[in-house]
Structure formats: structure tokens, C-alpha cells
Design a binder for this molecule. Structure first.
Ligand SMILES: *Cc1c(COP(=O)(O)O)cnc(C)c1O
Length: 365
């Protein structure tokens, strides 16, 4: 099996540091081995630091980011509940689908792709749907590169007796995301974006208010695998840990190493690095006459208009073949119209920014 080394500058996965790959190659332990339990507990402690939360129920779901979405939705919502879901790209519309499959009546709040939701628009939706139990919103919409501000939203929701659900798959460890300060009730992320770990786990966190909601359910969670009432006995049980499913042991080693790297760099320093490299990339692209799609761009995902006359697939193929650089294609209405350049985790380096700019100049000629 020959696997080339790529420079991963797409929408995820990002390039994985060799320290993490080496950690994954450590001996597999039993998932109830006391030494493994220590490592897993340490992962949960580090996750709380990275999410900037005291939430006791903070753990990695054993599957990718979409599983975090399903876990949050299926645990908080019951059939017949109502929810407001904000849709300005692919991941908002997936949340609508996941909610509807869980029997939820969804009040969909749409914004044009690439735009974000103002607090006034959100306040109006909350007022119009007083029976909603929760509002779901994407912090970092990877399909459009739009960065949704969250300040002030939880206050409005909590006053109305609603929960705030946030998709932070592409923002965790790349953008500031102070879960407790922002009043977020349930948040999920993924390992392969700004944590620069291979894909396979979805860190989630539930506030005490969200935990109360799960404990007051009238119906069983329809997903056996993601039911936190059982999972919490394994992840945060004191002393005795009940078998639920066999933990992906070597992936947990990887996440432990990834979180250690994040905390060694420091959250603020890491976020500042993402901001600085986004500015460098942006200045380079704009000097080539290339425009950004969203008005409020993420640092971690740069969604740009494909320049007039450029062949979308041919440019991406040349970047991959001749430079070993992967960038992302446009999704949905942006297919063939936009490129998505990720600057996530270990991929966010000055050398990569300068290389992708030079490579694009070459490929566009
Ligand atoms: C990548 C992503 C997901 C889904 O994660 P998977 O790991 O592909 O399951 C969900 N939401 C957003 C915003 C993402 O970028």
C-alpha cells in the first residue's frame, strides 16, 4: 500500500503531526484496563480545557463529527418537540435532516449561503416560535466559510427557556469558543479539523441544563449507541466503569496527543496563529484579484470565488499531482464556483500559505 504524503489544505482532514501517528501506534489496551481508563479520563479533562468549560458531561463520541450532531440531537430532543434550526449552508441543512429524523418539528431559519445570522433575526425567530425547545446553529459553516457570531444568543434563548446547540466542528481549537462564557448547552466537534487528529471521534459537551433535559425525557433516546444516559457511566463514572461499547482505544491515544499539542501551544496562541495565517493567505489571494465568498470569513476555512476562466477540476488536479496539495471543491450552489482552502491545525503554517499561493499562481497561468 503506497500512501503519498499530502499537504491537506481542504475542508478536513488536516495534516496529522507524526507525534499523533506515533501515539496511535502504541500497544492497544483493553477498554477497561485501569491504565486506559486513566488516559481516557485525561482526554476528558483536556477536552474541557479546549472547550473552555466546566461541563462534567464532556467526552469524545466514537465516530466522526456527524455522530456528534446525532448524539446531541437525539439526546436533547424527543418526538413531537419543536426546534429552530439556522440554515446558511450544508451543515445547517444536515441538522434539519437529523432533527426531522428524530421526530422534531423544525422551524427552519434560512439565510443566503455565505451569510450569517444577526442577533435581531435570531431574536425575532425565538419570539415567533415560543414553543421551541432548542435552537441549532453552525459556528463555522465549512461549506461557505462563514463565521457565525454567538455572543448574546444564549441569553435570549435561556430567557425563553430554550437550549443553544452549536456545531463547532471547524472552529474548536482554531477560533475562540468559550463554551461556558457563551452559555452553550450542547456542542459537538470533530478531530480531523483544527485538532489535526485523524478522523474518527467527535468531542461533545453538555451543560448541566442540557443534562437535566436528558434526565427529564419521557421517551427513550432512539439511538442506543449515542444514549448519554448509558455513555456517562463509562466516561464519567466514579470508580466502576460499565461496558457500553468497545472504545476506539488507539484513536483515544491519538486524541490525547492532539489535545496535549493544543495545550502545549496554548489555546490563545493557536487561535492567533490561525488568524495571522488567514490574513497572510487573504492578502496573497486578494493581490491576485481573488475574492472571498463570505463577508465574515472563518480563519480556518477560506472560501473563495474561482477566478473567471479557470478550470475548477483541472486546477485542483494539478495542485494535487504536482504540489501534493489538497484544497476543497465548492459544495451545493457553490459547486464549480468556489474553492475552499483550509488552514486548520498542523496545516496552518506560513510555509503552507506561501506554497499554496505560489502553486495557485502557477496553476492559474
Ligand atoms: C466536517 C463537518 C461536519 C461533519 O463531520 P464529519 O467528521 O465529516 O462527520 C459537521 N459540521 C461541520 C461544520 C463540518 O465542517
Amino acid at each position: 500500500m503506497h500512501i503519498p504524503e499530502r499537504i491537506l489544505m481542504g475542508p478536513g482532514p488536516s495534516t496529522v503531526p507524526s507525534r499523533i501517528l506515533r501515539a496511535m501506534a502504541s500497544p492497544t489496551l483493553g477498554h477497561l484496563d485501569p491504565r486506559y481508563i486513566e488516559i481516557m479520563d485525561s482526554v476528558c479533562v483536556k477536552l474541557r480545557k479546549v472547550f473552555e468549560t466546566e461541563n462534567a458531561l464532556t467526552f469524545p463520541v466514537s465516530a466522526t463529527g456527524m455522530a456528534g450532531m446525532e448524539c446531541v440531537v437525539t439526546n436533547l430532543m424527543e418526538p413531537g418537540d419543536e426546534a429552530i434550526v439556522c440554515v446558511n449552508g450544508v451543515f445547517g441543512s444536515r441538522m434539519v435532516d437529523v432533527m426531522e429524523r428524530a421526530g422534531v418539528t423544525v422551524h427552519r431559519l434560512d439565510a443566503p449561503w455565505g451569510e450569517t445570522f444577526s442577533l435581531e433575526i435570531l431574536a425575532d425567530a425565538i419570539e415567533r416560535h415560543p414553543k421551541a425547545k432548542a435552537l441549532g446553529i453552525v459556528h463555522a459553516e465549512t461549506s461557505t466559510g462563514a463565521h457565525q457570531p454567538l455572543e448574546g444568543l444564549a441569553e435570549l434563548l435561556h430567557e425563553a427557556g430554550m437550549l443553544l446547540i452549536v456545531d463547532a466542528v471547524t472552529s474548536l481549537a482554531g477560533h475562540p469558543l468559550k463554551v461556558d462564557d457563551l452559555g452553550i448547552d450542547a456542542v459537538y466537534s470533530g478531530t480531523q479539523k483544527c485538532l489535526s487528529c485523524p478522523p474518527g471521534l467527535s468531542p461533545v459537551s453538555f451543560s448541566p441544563r442540557a443534562v437535566e433535559v436528558t434526565e427529564a425525557r419521557k421517551t427513550k433516546v432512539q439511538s442506543w449507541y449515542f444514549d448519554v444516559s448509558m455513555l456517562k457511566d463509562y466516561y464519567k463514572g466514579s470508580g466502576k466503569r460499565a461496558y457500553h461499547h468497545t472504545a476506539p482505544v488507539n484513536m483515544i491515544y491519538a486524541l490525547h496527543e492532539a489535545l496535549t499539542i493544543v495545550l502545549e501551544e496554548g489555546l490563545e496562541a493557536r487561535q492567533a496563529r490561525h488568524a495571522r495565517l488567514h490574513r497572510r493567505l487573504r492578502a496573497g489571494l486578494e493581490s491576485m484579484g481573488i475574492q472571498y465568498v463570505p463577508a465574515r470569513s472563518l480563519h480556518t476555512l477560506n472560501c473563495i470565488h474561482i477566478p473567471e476562466g479557470a478550470d475548477d477540476a483541472a486546477v485542483r488536479a494539478k495542485l494535487l499531482d504536482e504540489y501534493s496539495i489538497e484544497i476543497g471543491a465548492g459544495l451545493g450552489p457553490f459547486a464549480g464556483k468556489a474553492w475552499r482552502i483550509g488552514l486548520m491545525g498542523h496545516s496552518a503554517t506560513q510555509a503552507n500559505v506561501d506554497l499554496v499561493l505560489a502553486a495557485l499562481v502557477d496553476c492559474l497561468e
